[in-house]
Design a protein around this ligand. Structure first.
Ligand SMILES: Nc1ncnc2c1ncn2[C@@H]1O[C@H](COP(=O)(O)OP(=O)(O)OP(=O)(O)O)[C@@H](O)[C@H]1O
Ligand SMILES: [Mg+2]
Length: 270
């Protein structure tokens, strides 16, 4: 479903991705681990067409993402789930999910927000999948953080994408809520055969939810294996010798209240 070969990306003299090779199958749930600054978000954004790599190849569902594509073509391939879900607070839950369909509508229908009955049915089916159909008419800002992230997942599902790219989707949630959100994401995507690449900072979630775990360190893939293979040696390869920039970025994240305890505990154990 996703095929990446020798992908490289630099920002000026900062070489962020050093030749990534990765294949992800339909329905596979891949967790990506790595220190802050390892290049996880950059890799996800390359898969979504938001960042243009310098060289290498990247196809999603057989489509070359590095070529120029319409918004509609990209939306049919990959949907994003963000840490802060990026929902419109004053809109109803259903309307937020329907925005996942906007990319698939023609320009005029999109401007007029003219949704077909089939779009409405799909939006409700996606809400059902994340257990929130009963909240369809509620204002989104009346939901809890975990519920909002489930709406973010429903919106991504409503795009009918081949892959979902989730960038730290549970970083702002407490452990119980985070587990429930990841469960919804895994079940829905597995049943629909959607491939998932999910950036996380929590090793124990990678073990619990990943069909497969990849580890990035300073823009290189240093681990690719099953969750049961994520042993001390693998964690050493992924998290060892954090760069000064990564340490200060982790520190900044902690100051910002991000939930990094398991990562800190892992680093401390080494
Ligand atoms: N738009 C950009 N312009 C310049 N540099 C960038 C840009 N986006 C990312 N970078 C740099 O690329 C490197 C990798 O950043 P990236 O966001 O991919 O890391 P990450 O693994 O997602 O980290 P985190 O866990 O903190 O989210 C960092 O050094 C970052 O400063
Ligand atoms: Mg990131």
């Amino acid at each position: 479903m996703i095929s990446i070969r020798n992908l490289k990306k630099s920002y000026g003299s900062n070489h962020v991705l050093h030749g990534i090779d990765l294949d992800v199958r339909a329905g596979e749930f891949v967790v990506m681990l790595g220190l802050s600054g390892a290049g996880k978000s950059t890799l996800l954004r390359c898969m979504n067409g938001l960042v243009k790599p310098d060289s290498g190849s990247l196809t999603v569902g057989g489509i070359d993402i590095c070529r120029k594509h319409s918004r509609r073509e990209l939306a049919q391939q990959a949907a994003m789930v963000f840490q802060h879900h990026n929902l419109v607070p004053r809109l109803s839950v259903r309307k937020n999910v329907l925005t996942g369909r906007l990319g698939q509508l023609g320009t005029l229908a999109s401007i007029a927000q003219f949704f077909r009955a089939s779009d409405l049915q799909l939006a409700d089916a996606c809400l059902q999948r994340v257990g929130l159909l009963h909240k369809a008419d509620a204002r989104t800002d009346a939901l809890s953080g975990g519920q909002m992230q489930r709406v973010g997942i429903a919106r991504a599902l409503a795009q009918s994408p081949k892959v979902i790219l989730a960038d730290e989707p549970v970083a702002s949630l407490d452990p119980k809520t985070a587990t429930s959100v990841l469960q919804y994401l895994r079940e829905a995507t597995r049943e629909l055969g959607i491939a998932v690449v999910c950036n996380l900072h929590q090793v124990e979630y990678a073990r619990e939810f990943g069909d497969r775990v990849v580890g990035l360190s300073q823009g290189r893939m240093v681990f690719d294996g099953g969750p049961d293979e994520l042993d001390d040696a693998a964690l050493q390869a992924i998290y060892h010798q954090p760069t000064e920039a990564a340490v200060s970025s982790m520190h900044a994240a902690e100051q910002g209240g991000r939930w990094l305890k398991p990562l800190a505990a892992t680093a401390g154990a080494m």
